[in-house]
Design a protein around this ligand. Sequence first.
Ligand code: ADP
Ligand code: MG
Length: 326
Amino acid sequence: MTTPASRPAQGQIVQTVALTKRFGSFAAVDGLDLTVAPGRITGFLGPNGAGKTTTLRMILGLVAPTSGSATIGGRRYADLPHPAQTVGAALEATNFHPGRSGRDHLRVLAAASQVPTSRVDEMLDLVGIPAAARKRAGQYSMGMRQRLGLAAALLGNPSVLILDEPSNGLDPEGIRWLRELLRYLASQGMTILVSSHLLAEVDQMVDDVAIIANGRLVTSGPIDTLRGVRSSRVRTSDPTRLAETLRANGITVEPGDDGTLTAQTDDLVRVGDLALAAGLPIHELSVHRAALEDLYFSLTSTPESADRNRVTANPKEARRARTRAR
Ligand SMILES: Nc1ncnc2c1ncn2[C@@H]1O[C@H](COP(=O)(O)OP(=O)(O)O)[C@@H](O)[C@H]1O
Ligand SMILES: [Mg+2]
């Protein structure tokens, strides 16, 4: 693989503190605390309309927060001495002039951010469109536009890379290619933040995840930790009493709506023995390993988070939809 950097990128922390953006009375982003670590790939996940793009735009100084802060290496974007060399970004629906070639686009950008022109061809090689780069951008497929956007983001050899829905329009082969490229860049110390509304497209790509719904952080952490939530499902004749017994023994228990209990342990022997000691019959006992998909679905499937983009496209309709959602 072509080396994109003559010097290894120095990772910097991206952080938001109580970051909030309101459009009128509507909170698109609501008190968001996010920390994105260098040398890792962080997936920023949430359904359409959750507030991902708005958050990324605030980090990049394109939208002013209503309150709270967003910093890169401790500085607001506007205060960065060398923004193009610090952070590269490809936002959703980046529009390239249709009549200009991909290569010309990058040359203009390179000139504007004092990057040597030689880097343009290096980046086109890196993202795999050296030949296509001579064609007009108007003829590009979605996947090629994504690659061109990525080349543009990497031009300044930044230490932070922010990609908004980069897997949109990429075929499985393209997604694998992106994953390998990002993995390589992270190994060089780059801080990488990648948004997606599709967990499946990034779950093999990211180290950490931050999930948002309705503008708020729902959960965050290393993806392996979130994936590894193991619990057991128990059915007995007296769930209330079994729950008391398990809790008395330090096991967290949640009642299910079908009369079962979910115990936060995968130690079935212990659950069975405690039930026996309490004189309760076991009718069912099994380990349930929550797939991250289930978790993502349950975290994001509230009625009002279904698709806030659609909901707020038209203010009148938005008000009606929000009333309906109550
Ligand atoms: N300029 C704007 N004016 C009004 N509402 C907006 C504006 N930008 C975004 N929104 C709304 O804020 C919410 C979050 O949007 P966005 O950040 O694009 O979500 P995501 O990227 O997660 O799909 C959506 O409901 C969207 O309609
Ligand atoms: Mg978006």
